[in-house]
Unconditional design. Structure first.
Length: 300
């Protein structure tokens, strides 16, 4: 009997180790300023009809604080556009979400580099970290953002999502594409993290995983002279886990490579990224303010 050959994937932990390493592609970095936006662009040196993601930064930081993460994704064949808007003390996730849509539209509409790189507009993903994760949800939603209509998105990744405005969950409920939600195990529902709210309200399939003993700050890079020898200032184990998770999830969702299907499977634990049984996950006993004040739950 003839048919498609079934892909036999390596064990999840082996996939995590593989994708935590740099990919096979040489990478070029560009500036979104050439299209009238502040921010950075990372792309494989060559390639036609490549997948791409637009990446949203965290509160008070810009794309420079994710340089190694974005470079890593590009080394695995994914074009990454990272706009730098909304970096003030009181930023707007709607404004950054609008920028993410604009960045995704630009990279899928023009030839990149010397003209040797093109992006397939049907293979677009959106991702973000912290505040940028909320902006990513906005960008993937079906709402019109500051006059910019919804765009075609194939997948969403929300990394250490942070609370912004009350209607974010309503926006999440209109996101029907497959999603990956990564969070610190102690920040599922707190003043600084709302991963449970995001994961519960997304309308598509959700792979929800936690990293024990971590928070959003652990992913942020601090460029220095040590960067020349590979020390980027982020927590090494957190950076390793996040870059592997994002790479595998987007390779599966945007390219259809079934070797990486485990990254989209909500029941699979992968290395330090522990699968969360979303319907049965209990919320913290204390409200956000009580958590912030260090109060003890009654059951303690």
């Amino acid at each position: 009997m003839f048919g498609n050959k079934k892909v036999v994937a390596p064990p999840p932990d082996k996939l995590m180790t593989e994708l935590a390493r740099r990919g096979p592609n040489k990478v070029d970095r560009g500036d979104l300023g050439i299209v009238g936006m502040s921010g950075q662009l990372f792309a494989p040196r060559t390639g036609r009809d490549l997948p791409a993601i637009a990446f949203g930064h965290g509160w008070l930081v810009g794309s420079a604080r994710y340089r190694d993460l974005l470079f890593h994704l590009a080394s695995w064949g994914i074009v990454v556009a990272a706009p730098d808007g909304s970096r003030g003390l009181f930023p707007s996730d709607i404004e950054l979400g609008t920028d993410l849509r604009a960045a995704a539209t630009v990279v899928s509409s023009v030839r990149l580099g010397t003209g040797a790189i093109t992006v397939d507009p049907a293979r677009i993903g959106i991702a973000g970290h912290g505040f940028g994760a909320a902006a990513a949800v906005r960008a993937a939603s079906d709402a019109i953002l500051l006059g910019r209509p919804p765009i075609r998105v194939k997948a969403l990744a929300s990394v250490f999502p942070a609370p912004t405005t009350a209607d974010l969950t309503a926006a999440a409920s209109t996101v029907t594409v497959p999603s990956l939600v990564l969070a610190g195990s102690a920040h599922l529902s707190s003043m600084t993290g709302n991963a449970l709210d995001v994961a519960e309200n997304l309308a598509g399939d959700v792979a929800f995983r936690t990293l024990a003993g971590t928070d959003a700050r652990d992913l942020i890079e601090t460029p220095s002279v040590k960067s020349l020898i590979g020390v980027n200032g982020a927590d090494r184990s957190v950076h390793k886990a996040v870059r592997a998770q994002l790479t595998g999830f987007f390779l599966h969702q945007l390219t259809g490579d079934e070797k990486y299907a485990a990254f989209s499977d909500p029941d699979v634990t992968m290395g330090d990224a522990l699968a969360v049984d979303l319907p049965n996950e209990e919320r913290p006993e204390l409200d956000h303010v009580s958590q912030l004040l260090g109060s003890k739950p009654r059951s303690a």
